[in-house]
Design a protein around this ligand. Sequence first.
Ligand code: ZN
Length: 498
Amino acid sequence: MTAHAPRVSRAISAVLAATTIVVGLAGRTVLPEAVGGPLGDALSAVLVVWLVMLLAPRTPPAVAASVALAVCAVIEASHLTPLAPALLDRWPAARFVVGTTFAVQDLVWYALGAALAGTLVAAVTPRRGGTGQTLRHAPTAAAVRGRRAASVVAPLTVLGLLVVGGVVLGRTVEAEAVELTAEVTTAQRELSTSAGKVADDAVREQLAAALDRAGSVLGATPVLHRLPGDARAAAAGLEDAIEAVRASRRERATDRATTAREEAAPVRRRAERVLDAADALAESGQDAGEATRAAVRDTLGAVDDTVALADPERLAEMPLADLEEVAPVLRARQDAVGTATAELMSAQDAVVCPFPDQVWFPEGGRIATDDLAPIPWAPEHSVRADLLDGLVALDEAYLAQFGAHLVVNSAYRSVDDQREVYRPENPNPLAAPPGCSNHGLGTAVDLSVGPEGFDGARFAWLTEHAEQYGWTHPDWAGPTGRLPEPWHWESVATPDAY
Ligand SMILES: [Zn+2]
């Protein structure tokens, strides 16, 4: 072998050039664009190196590599001129040679391919010369055959590894992107459906931030800026954020169900009390109507079913969608009980209380002793305990004005007390039927106002001052009312409707 021997034989260069073309085209066809593109760019430069070696087998590897890079760069740059677009218009298949657009990162792949091919040429070139100590001697025939074999096998092996590596890398990046895209869809749905449904809004902000991160990962150039693992990490972040939002939704839904369950208790108790009283009145001949009583019974049953559902252990095991329905359903059913109860009370009122200003309450005359308080200066009479302070304050002012306490003739009246004063044979009896008087609620007092009645100084003073202490004189008891009663005063807290 002499200094004039080719570095790589033309035959080998031709085979390598053909192989490179086949692999490059196959790569563009088979591989995803994210991998096939860069691989094709690198192989273009490799191809130019083989072509240089085919035309001029003695070209030094560095020169061949530089020429390859220069040729590829010029072709790439042609996209910045009208030349490449015109060429592609006329002959679309030219894209296999010149590509389709200008992209700076393509130059990196060209450089990589050129360097790789140049290095391979240098590696398989027979060594010549060397240090002064090295003796020159002709290689044996076996060594020559070995180098020739190596000059074919080595580039093909590298090409094969390049292709296999590219396929693995590309498939991995693509599969991760597909998974991340699916996770993004789930996360977007979670973000839009969780508005106003979380215990802590910060979890939704974190989900939005994780979605932003996933978006930039998906938008990044595969392989160059999005490496294997990036999309998987973003998907894991999304999954955590979705879990946090769902946990927060559970927390809020559980709280609301528990609150609704607690709030249902007094509504149920009241409905049961009204129903019991209405049932008792029905037996004694004052039936408010079976349908109205049945409506309360039915709505109570529906509430009981939902209350049972809102048991803490059952809530903990319930799917989120069901869990979030418990509170609204319970509230709706609770409202239905309230409505049915009010309707039953109205129906009962119409049967029991003859006048519109009389309002029937099942607890009328049945107030628990604990809820009543004796009037300090007239302890034989009581009012509802929470109203006593206002009455005491009114009395103090009255005492200062008239030098004597308010004279209380009647206050709370039990059912039995009310029966004693009720005279149904009178077409406009002074006392209401049991259950219809606010004396039975502990919210009314009968006060002596002197023989002048409505015209006296006491009634005038009370009219002017009682309201500021929470007491008032109702219209029906006024001078022109249904039943003129200057002595009847009642708390402003007295209910007059359901
Ligand atoms: Zn009265």
